[in-house]
Ligand binder design. Structure first.
Ligand code: PGA
Length: 244
């Protein structure tokens, strides 16, 4: 299955703007198209019959001000949750917390979209160690069957958002894809490489989406591109071009 995950972050700025953004989206989208709005706008996404995702989840099923638990999300019809986005990791979220959130979601039958990615793509290969450590800690204790229910989003921090240094090349994505697959097989034990779903995120547009899909991405995680209905519709069309 191919995925197009729209991460709205803290956009749009009002309920009215959220409504007009959704009105511009394609009327019917494949099941792998998931909209992750700010939590308050979730009802609107459901009203428009899109698959609903969340941008985060609480670490444990306990009562904490400001938190939303996995069981609450599940009861609201949320099917996917983004975990460990670099913007949350930058605010102090650790891979071990990501791991707890991941197990929480799986226990509630929600598909976790776990973000991993290095800060800098250095020439000495430090980024490989950084990525491997993130993977080992974030996916600790996961069985092969559980890993099959997870989506991994490779999001190199240096290629994300308005402050991106440059775009990630398809070759760089492919190298990280292999690294992720190999590392996760070593965490969970032997499993077919094809059973591990890796998508790409970071400055994806309707002009570069095809190259990541061709390079082996099972889909894309969109930030800014999800806020422009025309660009978004074009990306969805390109990802599902061959009905896959
Ligand atoms: P971007 O954001 O597409 O705007 O680079 C991606 C993300 O932060 O997940």
């Amino acid at each position: 299955m191919k995925y197009v995950i729209a991460n709205w972050k803290s956009n749009p700025r009002s309920l009215q703007d959220a409504q007009s953004l959704l009105s511009g989206y394609p009327k019917k989208t494949p099941l792998g198209v998931v909209i992750c709005p700010p939590a308050l706008f979730g009802f609107l996404v459901s009203k428009y019959h899109y698959v609903l995702g969340a941008q985060d989840v609480s670490i444990a099923d306990r009562v904490i001000t400001g938190d939303i638990t996995a069981s609450q999300l599940a009861s609201f019809g949320v099917q996917y949750v983004i975990i460990g986005h670099s913007e949350r990791r930058a605010m102090g979220e650790t891979s071990s917390q990501v791991n707890q959130k991941l197990h929480n979601c799986l226990n509630c039958n929600i598909t976790p979209i776990v973000c991993v990615g290095e800060q800098v793509r250095d020439t000495q290969g430090q980024y490989v160690l950084e990525l491997r450590q993130q993977l080992q800690e974030s996916f600790a204790g996961l069985t092969r069957q559980q890993l099959e229910q997870v989506i991994i989003a490779y999001e190199p921090v240096w290629a994300i958002g308005a402050s991106a240094i440059r775009q990630c090349t398809p070759e760089e994505f492919q190298e990280s894809l292999l690294l992720i697959q190999r590392e996760l097989i070593s965490v969970t034990g032997n499993m077919p490489i094809g059973a591990i779903s890796v998508i790409y995120g970071g400055s994806v547009t309707n002009e570069n989406v095809k190259q990541y899909i061709t390079a082996g991405a099972e889909g894309v995680l969109l930030g800014r591109a999800s806020l422009d209905p025309v660009v978004f519709a074009d990306i969805v069309a390109q990802v599902y071009e061959n009905n896959n």
